[in-house]
Design a binder for this molecule. Structure first.
Ligand SMILES: [Zn+2]
Length: 301
């Protein structure tokens, strides 16, 4: 029977925000069962913002949460790591409005979780098990969610750039597969957008240290970590946004040239229509691998 997980001990890191360039300390703290993932602005009297789609504020170049006017930006890379590792309950303490970008991937967060260790709680996990498909599109961008007995993503990107042609990633997501195949994939940006984005107050903390930078000819700061690192990073972003369901998913998600806006719309529409899913505590079949994730994560701590 899968039980809810938290972390064993507090861990912390720090860095600058990608868009604000503001320095931020981030601390993960164990939380009791049924807490979910809850952000705490320690600079604002521990104001709490739940990692739930109802708190989504803005989704242009990053996913931001807002509650009662308090903003929290660029949550997706940490959420992707927590969700893939099956961490159901944790407090994320921050002293600024944007999470540190670190190296632009989820790898530093995976390492932080290995340091924290994983603790099993005495409460069963409650999955959102999708039983009916939901799909929609916006121009040539499409997204859909379909019944499945595991958590599986299929992501397709196609940027008009010689180094980022069509790239496709499809995989069942768990701690092992995510850590190996997706977590190291870094965010990326195009030089031609740089000035415009900075004028909009974005990517002020962006640098060749925390993003793959492309110009018309190629990659300014290679080598890539994967030949298809762009497609892999979009899959990582998708998982981070799906975490805003607030529960583990048993579903297959297909995203075709989608982005944060479509990802979060999918979550909103899914949760709003209770005929599309059931809530289940038991794994659908014996292939559920999460108990062994607990064991292997504990072993590395
Ligand atoms: Zn990203």
């Amino acid at each position: 029977m899968p039980y809810q997980l938290t972390i064993q001990r507090p861990v912390e890191t720090h860095g600058v925000g990608l868009h604000t360039a503001v320095r931020c300390h981030l601390r993960l703290v164990p939380a009791p069962a049924d807490t979910g993932i809850v952000f705490r602005r320690v600079d604002l009297d521990n104001f709490e913002i739940e990692a739930h789609v109802r708190n989504v504020a803005r989704v242009s170049y990053a996913t931001s949460l807002m509650k009662q006017g308090v903003l929290l930006s660029t949550v997706e890379h940490l959420l992707a790591a927590l969700y893939s590792c099956g961490v159901d309950n944790v407090y994320v303490e921050l002293d600024a409005l944007e999470l540190p970008i670190l190296d632009g991937s989820s790898k530093p967060f995976i390492e932080l979780l290995a340091q924290a260790g994983i603790r099993k709680l005495r409460r069963q996990r409650r999955y959102i098990h999708v039983i009916k498909p939901l799909e929609f599109s916006d121009g040539d961008r499409r997204i859909g969610i379909y019944p499945a007995d595991e958590f599986r993503v299929h992501c397709f990107v196609d940027y008009k750039h010689p180094n980022v042609g069509p790239q496709e990633v499809e995989m069942t997501v768990d701690r092992q597969s995510f850590s190996r195949e997706l977590a190291p994939a870094r965010t990326f940006g195009f030089m031609k957008d740089f000035v415009g984005l900075q004028a909009m107050g974005l990517i002020r903390g962006g640098s060749v240290e925390n993003a793959i930078v492309l110009d018309d000819e190629g990659i300014l700061n290679g080598p890539l970590r994967f030949a298809d690192e762009f497609g892999r990073h979009k899959a990582l972003d998708l998982i981070g946004d799906l975490a805003l369901v607030g529960r583990p998913l048993k579903a297959r998600i297909v995203a075709h040239k989608a982005g944060h806006a479509l990802h979060t719309q999918l979550v909103t529409r899914l949760l709003a229509d209770h005929t599309l899913w059931t809530e289940t505590t038991a794994p659908h079949d014996s292939s559920d691998s999460r108990p062994s994730i607990t064991d292997s994560l504990s072993a590395t701590s």
